[in-house]
Design a protein around this ligand. Structure first.
Ligand code: ATP
Ligand code: MG
Length: 276
């Protein structure tokens, strides 16, 4: 899939994703070892985007399972088409098998296992799902197969590249972690964040992007209730462009701070600390 971490880095960059050494190495190793990659880190540091970029960089189809509280097997793996089964029972008097392929509704996990082309399976925000969903994933993540009682075991036609993401709002089970390679994505350095801004908002001036990245780094150091994410830095850059601001002077910062800080207490703190 990839030749080396440097190859990962170059191909992700071509897909507008700027990695660093630890990201590139983990992405490479997950491919080389055929292991799922668990990307954990604060909100908006590019965990979801990483999976999308890997798909784009490798020409793979992205299949996404968005996790949420109450997600169950029927939404994650497969479901029987009860309506069709019922109609078939009513239409035929014979005891025809109604647990066959034609009555099966594929959900993202089954779809990824049965895909014949290159696939990236993104299991997004794993920590939002109930712990039972992790149990459901164990067989899939270690053996790349799923078992449907009525149909038997279905093994992957071709192993998908699996990326799990988590904001660490709760600890994931050891059993799940053991099956994955772990990658912590931290906030980028100001240099990398400047480059991210430049790649996402190419029309912004480099020195302004740099100023933004440095200001955001200062804000993150303030121990706010909610530190600004990379996504918000990018939004800030777009805001400045929309307003036609050429400098990030004090007046501009205080006029646009709401783009990066979303709590009043954080706002007050920043105004005080930055002397605005
Ligand atoms: N390394 C990066 N290269 C390019 N863009 C990035 C990078 N990191 C973050 N971004 C930008 O930040 C945005 C948000 O990233 P993303 O949605 O992947 O964050 P996340 O970590 O999944 O956040 P959440 O935990 O809230 O889901 C992306 O759409 C992209 O514009
Ligand atoms: Mg995300």
């Amino acid at each position: 899939m990839f030749d080396s971490p440097a190859d990962v880095s170059a191909r992700l960059a071509a897909a507008s994703y700027l990695s660093d050494d630890s990201i590139a190495t983990s992405v490479y190793l997950a491919a080389a070892l055929g292991k799922p990659l668990l990307a954990e880190g604060p909100a908006g540091v590019g965990k979801t985007q990483l999976a999308k970029a890997v798909a784009e960089a490798t020409g793979a189809t992205l299949i996404r399972l968005q996790c949420y509280e109450g997600l169950d097997e029927a939404r994650a793996l497969y479901e029987w088409n009860y309506k069709k089964q019922l109609l078939r029972i009513q239409a035929t008097s014979t005891d025809e098998d109604i647990f066959g392929e034609e009555f099966l509704l594929e959900r993202p996990l089954l779809k990824a296992i049965r895909a014949s082309g290159p696939t990236v399976l993104l299991i997004d925000e794993m920590d939002k799902a109930d712990v039972e969903v992790e149990g459901l994933l164990l067989e899939l993540l270690s053996d790349f197969q799923v078992t449907i009682p009525e149909l038997g075991t279905i093994a992957a036609v071709r192993r998908p590249y699996v990326v799990l993401t988590s904001n660490a709002t709760r600890e994931l089970s050891e059993a799940l972690k053991r099956r994955c390679l772990y990658l912590h994505i931290a906030y980028p350095t100001p240099e990398r964040e400047r480059d991210i801004v430049l790649s996402q908002v190419p029309s912004i001036r480099a020195d302004l992007a740099e100023q933004l990245a440095r200001t955001v780094a200062t804000l993150r150091a303030l121990e706010l209730k909610k530190a600004p994410s990379v996504a918000e830095t990018v939004d800030w850059a777009r805001t400045l462009l929309a307003l036609g601001r050429e400098e990030l002077d004090e007046e501009t910062v205080s006029a646009t701070l709401g783009v990066v800080l979303k709590h009043n207490s954080d706002h007050v703190r920043a105004v005080k600390e930055l002397g605005l």
